[in-house]
Design a protein around this ligand. Structure first.
Ligand code: RIB
Length: 295
């Protein structure tokens, strides 16, 4: 069984600030770090770090492709479906405050060059039952979701960013959703009994919902709800924590693990991630996660 991520590739500029900037207010940044990010890239690195083989499909600006391919090679991610484009590489300006929270501004760039040709080429490499992980940061998402559904792959959808997605994407195509609390409300289209509303709206799907520092749940129709408390740690930067969580969960799934085990690894990996700065650079290795789980 193959695992593929089709998604965004960004360069992240992470600025440390005391407080996020507001309209009309200039704030100084005490530090700047630059590193690879993008939900697609982060999730592929996390899946590989968790021990499963993974392919990443997406687009990068020509000028950054050699550096990106070297990075992905070092991480063990199969990048032969990363396409070089004349558009500049996507980038994200991230403010991280003293509580480790972030605020992001994303420029799509090359991520908006994902087209039907790349989607077709990527899907040609998958067979029914293979895992396909997607987010909402690339162009042609409706086409990708529709064609992937027709192919019969297992569709894992992280509806992030969620703004506009419930109205513009065929969400009923997804088999497994990864949502944070805010995204869950948007997809359920309600603030009340959100998990129940999700199951009523998409009865054939399963949901992994992260509730920040509280923990995470796995819910599906007719199945006992699973819950894992988040670990109590001091967060320095929560950027990429959701991607790390998803990557470790899917990595365990690809190995045939139970939902309980997937949740345990994902929760532990995310707890290690938030104690480090950056997105992709903060994703822990499997031995670090297993060492922490054994404590
Ligand atoms: O989830 C974190 C990621 O979101 C960052 O790496 C940023 O590039 C955006 O895609």
């Amino acid at each position: 069984m193959k695992t593929m991520v089709m998604g965004s590739i960004n360069i992240d500029y992470v600025y440390r600030v005391a407080r996020f900037t507001r309209p009309g207010v200039t704030v100084p940044a005490s530090a700047l770090e630059k590193g690879w990010g993008g939900k697609g890239l982060n999730q592929s690195v996390a899946i590989r770090s968790g021990g499963a083989d993974v392919l990443l499909a997406g687009c990068v600006g020509r000028e950054d492709s050699a550096e990106l391919l070297a990075f992905l090679r070092e991480k063990g991610v199969d990048a032969h479906l990363v396409s070089r484009t004349d558009k500049p590489t996507g980038h994200t300006i991230i403010q991280v405050n003293e509580a480790g929270e972030n605020s992001m501004l994303i420029f799509g760039g090359a991520n908006r060059a994902v087209d039907g040709e790349l989607i077709g080429r990527a899907l040609d490499e998958l067979a029914p039952g293979d895992l396909l992980v997607m987010q909402n940061e690339i162009s042609n998402m409706p086409l990708l979701l529709t064609r992937a559904r027709a192919k019969g792959v297992r569709m894992i959808l992280n509806v992030s960013p969620v703004e506009g997605a419930p109205d513009s994407l065929p969400l009923e195509t997804a088999d497994l959703f990864f949502l944070n609390e805010h995204e869950a409300k948007a997809v359920a289209r309600t603030d009340a009994d959100v998990e129940g509303a999700l199951l009523r709206r998409y009865p054939a799907a399963a949901f992994v919902i992260t509730y920040g520092a509280k923990g995470a749940a796995v819910v599906a129709a007719g199945v006992r709800r699973l819950w894992a408390d988040a670990h109590r740690v001091r967060a320095v930067d929560t950027t990429g924590a959701g991607d790390t969580f998803l990557g470790y969960y899917v990595s365990r799934m690809a190995k045939g693990a139970s939902n309980e085990e997937c949740l345990r690894y994902a929760t532990q990996a995310a707890a290690l991630c938030v104690q480090r700065p950056g997105a992709a650079p903060s994703i822990p290795l499997l031995e670090e996660v297993e060492r922490a789980l054994a404590r």
